[in-house]
Write a protein of this length. Structure first.
Length: 174
């Protein structure tokens, strides 16, 4: 009986982890060897944003994508870059490149002018310049208590239809 209690168990968490790692390696090796199998929709252009001399400069890495396949939209405070890198490799060829559609959307600060924005594409890097229009305007809300009869009191008390002239106090900071 003593031998049964002191005998080492066959269970080892490290052994299990090693076995799982081997299985994952085998799975990934088989995935890359299978013709026609690739990971799709994993194209996300890297972005770099700098402020220079009253402008925002945004650069996006888009190597191997023709200029005609890149679209840029500016609307409602957002910059959207999208397009497609078309699959040009043939069956039986090995490739590690990613193909498919890509999209990147950046929220623009309030203090940017999109009217005179410019874009340049050179050596696989798209650079967009936009003029700053000054410092962004910040609106600061004053914190009121629930008892003050403000919007929250009306909503929580069920008086949301009340057309009283009370407003949330706010002030602009410039």
């Amino acid at each position: 009986m003593r031998n049964e209690l002191t005998r080492k168990s066959d269970f080892s968490p490290f052994k299990m982890i090693n076995e799982m790692e081997r299985e994952m390696e085998r799975f990934m090796d088989n995935l890359w060897r299978s013709p026609g199998v690739r990971l799709e929709n994993n194209l996300l252009p890297s972005c770099e944003i700098n402020e220079k001399k009253g402008h925002y400069m945004m650069s996006f890495d888009l190597p191997g994508i023709p200029k005609d396949e890149i679209k840029i939209d500016l609307s409602e405070g957002k910059l959207r870059i999208y397009g497609e890198r078309k699959d040009e490799h043939h069956e039986g060829q090995y490739t590690e490149r990613r193909y498919g559609k890509f999209e990147r959307t950046i929220s623009l600060p309030e203090n940017v002018s999109t009217d005179d924005a410019e874009a340049v594409f050179e050596n696989g890097v798209l650079t967009i310049a936009m003029r700053k229009t000054g410092d962004p305007k910040i609106k600061r809300l004053e914190i009121a208590s629930r008892r003050s009869g403000g919007l929250w009191s009306r909503l929580l008390d069920g008086n949301e239809g009340d057309n009283s002239s009370q407003k949330i106090k706010s002030s602009k900071i410039a």
